[in-house]
Design a protein around this ligand. Structure first.
Ligand code: ADP
Length: 323
């Protein structure tokens, strides 16, 4: 490859800037011309390319969000939109692309590659950790720590008032943030879409906690929980335990922001570097990932279709330790 384009797309995640920095600097090191595209696929369509050199990414490793901005592009889902994007790539002689984003972004990249043949490597950037072919996605560790710190603070006020808090964390259809932040904060219950939860089981936990003398409790609920919305679950609990003082807290978008953790900066650096190396090796339609501390490449098709299994032992540990 001689000229590559790099962009961030879909939901933003802390560490995307660190990944961008790694792509730009690795490309520069190997004398590959690099263009940053603003606002994901919209920038490809609207011809919003900027030549990026090593100094253009200075001081961004510490910054959350993405300096290239991200977008959801409806136009790229149309043939006409992708045709425009291709023409802009041809105009500049772009022969490789690195797309930093989640599964939607990868799906778009795969379609584009199949139609026009420009080589593409994906870098998994999403707080949800819902992508196969990497142990962790970029942004997940930072989001986990943000959730943990927020839940710790909620616990302080829960304890002061003998309250039960239901706390919703992000993760879309995946319960990774919920399980890990729940375990790390000693939640009495963790409700995630990957296991079959029941209100009876939750009630049993409350009864057990009461007998053990617990006056306050935290239940962490994944946003994709199938039992119902967090408000429904809180309401059902209130009906079962009329004396409880119950509150609901939804952590929301604070989980997507903030300076990336050390683990996310290192992961982003390794994957950004890996993506450029992959393109240089002639790889395409692959995602760079880290598995057991090794750089790996997984086909985008697999990365999208398969799912990381929830660690059953971790689930068990969270239940054993919550008594
Ligand atoms: P994420 O990458 O975080 O999963 P989205 O699901 O919003 O975010 O996907 C990002 C963008 O990828 C979409 O806005 C769209 O432009 C593009 N995309 C997603 N699916 C397709 C598809 N099937 N064909 C073409 N482009 C797609």
């Amino acid at each position: 490859v001689k000229k590559i384009a790099v962009f961030t797309s879909g939901g933003d995640a802390p560490g995307m800037n660190a990944a961008l920095r790694a792509v730009v600097r690795t490309a520069s090191y190997y004398n590959i011309e690099c263009y940053g595209v603003r606002e994901g696929y919209n920038g490809l369509i609207n011809d919003d390319f900027t030549r990026m050199g090593p100094r253009s990414v200075k001081n961004i490793i510490t910054e959350g969000g993405t300096i290239l901005k991200s977008a959801r592009s409806l136009e790229f889902k149309t043939k006409e939109g992708r045709q425009k994007a291709y023409e802009n790539c041809v105009k500049r002689g772009i022969d490789g692309m690195v797309c930093i984003g989640g599964d939607g972004t990868f799906r778009g990249a795969e379609v584009f590659n199949k139609e026009y043949g420009i080589k593409v490597i994906g870098v998994p950037g999403t707080i949800d950790n819902d992508i196969f072919g990497t142990d962790n996605t970029i942004g997940y560790d930072t989001a986990l720590n943000t959730a943990m710190e927020a839940i710790d603070k909620i616990r302080d006020t829960a304890t002061s008032h003998n309250r039960i808090f239901f706390v919703e964390v992000m993760g879309r259809d995946a319960g990774f943030i919920a399980l890990n932040s729940g375990l790390a904060t000693g939640a009495i219950g963790i409700l995630i879409p990957e296991k079959k939860d029941s209100i009876e089981d939750l009630f049993t936990r409350f009864e057990r906690a009461e007998k053990a003398g617990k006056a306050s409790s935290i239940v962490v609920v994944a946003e994709g929980e199938k039992l119902g919305s967090i408000y429904d679950i809180a309401k059902a609990t209130q009906a079962g335990f009329p004396d409880y003082d119950i509150r609901v807290a939804i952590l929301g978008h604070i989980q997507r922001g903030g300076s990336p953790s050390c683990a996310d900066r290192v992961l982003a650096s390794r994957l950004g570097y890996g993506a450029v190396i992959g393109l240089m090796d002639g790889k395409t339609n692959m995602m760079a990932g880290m598995q057991s501390n090794k750089l790996t490449f997984t086909s985008i098709d697999e990365a999208i279709k398969k799912h990381n299994e929830m660690d059953q032992e971790l689930l068990k540990i969270s239940e054993i330790l919550a008594i």
